[in-house]
Design a protein around this ligand. Structure first.
Ligand SMILES: *Cc1c(COP(=O)(O)O)cnc(C)c1O
Length: 408
């Protein structure tokens, strides 16, 4: 494990001014958007350090979002598995039910301070769209959410939520009509009206400054958790883990622990096997490449085209990963491991049955890793980022797995 002295100035030095974390990151943009992203970077640096912005964001987190979220010791679950104490950082208790609201409220407040009128984004399963539509309603901003036609049909409840919150849901009708096409369409839409709008990316991905901004807005999770955990137990956790799709909830809880002697693990979706198209474990099986305006680990074919990915958790099925993760992996500070659909489902039902908490399938991946470590018996205390609640998943799970009797 790297010692903490290497990370003393970490948050200040990473990314560098061009948006690089070591050899990963950057901003690969069409020429007309280069000055636009520079403007966002400059405004962010100015605004985000102002006392007014900071106190507004703190107030919003406390009064609107429900922060701080608690840290909870899963005593019953830990007893069942034996050997370790498992703790959860309850990001599922945020308003709208997941961590995504942490960066959406930050991006919305930034837009407001910059004098923008509209928030623009893409969404896959609709979770980011709902969180951003919530932020737009809160700040009185317009909101355009681009979504693949196929996803619109599949994710009906989230489409209805976004519309009720006042957002325009704009279908992406070309290609496979899913997330990738939604990103293309959202960028096209943004290019037409960037003067009065801001693009809000849904994770620690995309061109600089988004991996940095989203990370900074999410870092509250780890800073709260560290203080709460030490207050509860008198010590730091042995292991901190989180699920990694793009990587925002993971970086959110990781950052505060980077300088500490704590093992940090990112959990990737192993899906139904390690063949191409059966998983979305970009760090484990990917190679360096460029997608969506940034360079990172990418699941790609010989031509550099992104491969098809799969996970039971729609929030995790992205063929790349935030550039900061690629850096933290390369320098050995953070380990990455893989959890299959089946392992995640076992953890899902265990948390329901032993603790009375229905987790998001994404978050169940992180919990499954904690169960694996508890069974191995080599970790005393494990802190899991429970990134979201599972209400959105129950119909699908019930159809496929019933009430989970097979896991007990
Ligand atoms: C979107 C989502 C994720 C995955 O996104 P990250 O950027 O990797 O955090 C994980 N958990 C929940 C509940 C989500 O909604």
């Amino acid at each position: 494990m790297k010692t903490y002295r290497d990370f003393d100035r970490y948050m200040k030095d990473f990314p560098d001014k061009n948006g690089y974390f070591g050899q990963y990151g950057g901003a690969f943009l069409p020429p007309q958007l280069v000055p636009v992203f520079e403007e966002i970077t400059d405004s962010y640096h100015k605004i985000c350090h102002s006392a007014h912005f900071i106190s507004e964001l703190r107030r919003i987190r406390r009064e609107f979002q429900g922060r701080p979220t608690p840290v909870y010791n899963c005593e019953r679950l830990s007893r069942q598995i034996g050997n370790s104490q498992i703790y959860l950082k309850r990001e599922d208790l945020n308003h709208t039910g997941a961590h995504k609201i942490n960066h959406c409220m930050g991006e919305g407040l930034l837009a407001k301070f910059m004098g923008k009128k509209k928030l623009i984004a893409e969404t896959g399963a609709g979770q980011h769209g709902v969180a951003l539509a919530t932020a737009a309603a809160y700040f009185g901003l317009e909101c355009d959410i681009y979504m693949g036609e196929v996803d619109i049909a599949k994710q009906h409840p989230n489409v209805v939520r976004m519309k009720m919150l006042g957002a325009n849901v704009i279908p992406a009708t070309h290609g496979l009509k899913t997330l990738k096409e939604a990103v293309d369409a959202a960028f096209e839409g943004y290019m037409k009206e960037y003067e009065h709008s801001i693009y809000c990316i849904g994770s620690v991905v995309g061109p600089h400054p988004f991996p940095m901004m989203v990370r900074d807005f999410q870092a509250v999770v780890g800073f709260e958790a560290k203080e709460q955990f030490v207050a509860m137990t008198g010590a730091l956790p042995d292991v901190v883990c989180a699920s990694v799709g793009g990587g925002s909830n993971a970086l959110g809880i990781f950052e505060a622990f980077l300088p500490e002697p704590v093992e940090i693990v990112g959990v990737e979706p192993g899906g139904r096997g390690n063949n191409v198209g059966d998983h979305a474990a970009s760090m484990t099986y990917g190679k360096k490449g460029v997608l969506h305006g940034f360079e990172s680990m990418l699941l790609q074919d010989e031509n550099g085209e992104p491969q098809t990915v799969y996970s039971i958790a729609s929030g995790l099925d992205y063929p790349s990963v935030g550039p900061e993760h690629a850096y933290l992996h390369e320098c050995g500070r953070v380990q990455y491991d893989v959890i299959s659909d089946e392992e995640a489902m076992e953890a899902f039902f265990f948390l329901c049955r032993y603790e009375g908490i229905i987790p998001a399938i994404e978050s169940a991946h992180a919990l499954a890793y904690a169960l694996r470590r508890a069974r191995a018996g080599d970790a005393g205390t494990i802190l899991v980022n429970l990134s979201g609640r599972g209400d959105k998943d129950i119909d699908y799970i019930y159809e496929k797995y019933g009430t989970g009797e097979q896991f007990f």
